[in-house]
Design a protein around this ligand. Structure first.
Ligand code: MRU
Length: 378
């Protein structure tokens, strides 16, 4: 069975509610842009590529199920306004803003044709939004293959282990995944010894979602807490042949600085200290050449209760009752909380940026030049 975070057919969009995973697998109906905005904000759907695709498709189903206008220009204005609203749901991942910009161009172009009408503009939008779902899977498969080949080559062949952070798999994308796609490709090529996934506090994307995907795909894997990464590299790195830490990205700035899930930066530091490669895997829709460096990236801050409460099935000390999921406080009442959702890893700590067109490495000047990759054909 393939893990499907997003189920779409014209007129119908459903998302796997990631707040309920791994205990319950429930799909929520998304009926339009407002539903889509809330699903993203509440993190029922998450991960940079998935956020962009769900937002785009949420508006597509709204257009498919509701009559807007026969006038091309009016439908264009309606779509552009909704796209701008959807972009406000979460600020750090650039994929949504990138998708909105591209879709805006498509509808502007469709509306400017001489015989255009509302139906034609709406159709141009919906076709492009549906295309994103298909393209994302093939981009991820290419990222997986490029990353796996790069890691195997640098390691000189044989089986390697890797560490990954947060969730970058089928649940964060249209399917297969980016950094987790690299893990999947290593496994498919017979080159994976073991995958280690971090818990990813405070939202536990690692223990709830990545672990769920690894178990689902029967990939040999072990869960660690975020604070165990350095000890893992020191104590088990050599015996497990840990060759790389591979993470996803929410925004890669023009100089290669990368915003990703909180905790990524400390992983890059420990990778450097232990001589382990540190790789960022992301489709080019995550690369933002208009953002010069990490200092210009807006970091979302999430509610403190994501840190001070956890959710899980009731446990009576002997038995787990999966049917009864409860929320438990795990922090002293009244404590101040700082909960940035992402951090920025400086380019100097990154060995390669894996895209669907290949792995970008630094030039002889020690800097990334991402422009060639952005211009390359798939
Ligand atoms: O807050 P989240 O769960 O949306 O954060 C997700 C990440 O940071 C991922 O690493 C990133 O979006 C890439 S997903 C392919």
């Amino acid at each position: 069975m393939v893990l499907e975070a997003i189920r779409y057919q014209p007129g119908s969009l459903q998302i796997l509610n990631q707040l309920k995973l791994p205990h319950q697998e429930e799909y929520d109906e998304v009926r339009g842009s407002e539903d889509g905005w809330h699903a993203i904000k509440d993190m029922r759907t998450r991960g940079a590529p998935a956020i962009a695709i769900v937002a785009a498709l949420a508006l597509a189903v709204e257009l498919q199920n509701n009559k807007t206008s026969d006038v091309a220009e009016e439908v264009k204005v309606f779509i552009v306004e909704k796209l701008r609203y959807l972009v406000t749901s979460r600020p750090t991942a650039v994929n949504l803003a990138d998708a909105a910009g591209k879709l805006e161009k498509i509808v502007t172009n469709a509306a400017s044709k001489p015989d255009s009408d509302g139906t034609a503009v709406s159709k141009a939008y919906c076709d492009a939004a549906a295309r994103m779902l298909i393209d994302d899977v093939s981009d991820n498969e290419a990222i997986g293959q490029h990353g796996a080949e790069w890691i195997s080559k640098k390691a000189g062949g044989g089986q390697v282990s890797v560490v990954t952070h947060c969730n970058t798999g089928s649940l964060a994308t249209a399917g297969y995944g980016t950094a987790l796609g690299v893990v999947r490709s290593l496994h498919a090529n017979g080159s994976l010894k073991h995958a280690f996934c971090t818990e990813t506090r405070p939202y536990n994307q690692g223990s709830r979602l990545t672990a769920f995907e690894l178990v689902h795909d029967k990939i040999p894997s072990t869960l660690i807490t975020d604070s165990m990464a350095s000890a893992l590299l020191r104590l088990r790195g050599p015996s497990e042949n840990i060759a790389a830490i591979v993470v996803g990205a929410d925004r890669v700035a023009a100089n290669g600085d990368t915003a990703n899930k909180i905790g990524t930066y400390q992983l890059a530091i420990t990778a450097k200290h232990h001589g382990v490669k540190f790789l960022v895997a992301a489709p080019r829709t995550t690369i933002d050449l208009s953002t010069a460096s990490g200092a210009d990236i807006v970091i979302e801050e999430r509610p403190g209760k994501e840190m001070t409460f956890v959710k899980g099935p009731r446990f009576d000390g002997v038995d787990l009752d999966l049917a009864q999921v409860e929320t438990v406080s795990i922090a002293a009442n009244g404590i101040n909380v700082w909960n940035p959702s992402f951090d920025v890893t400086p380019a100097e700590l990154i060995d390669g940026i894996i895209t669907e067109v290949g792995v970008v490495e630094k030039g002889s000047d020690g800097k990334f030049d991402l422009t060639l990759a952005m211009e390359a054909k798939n």
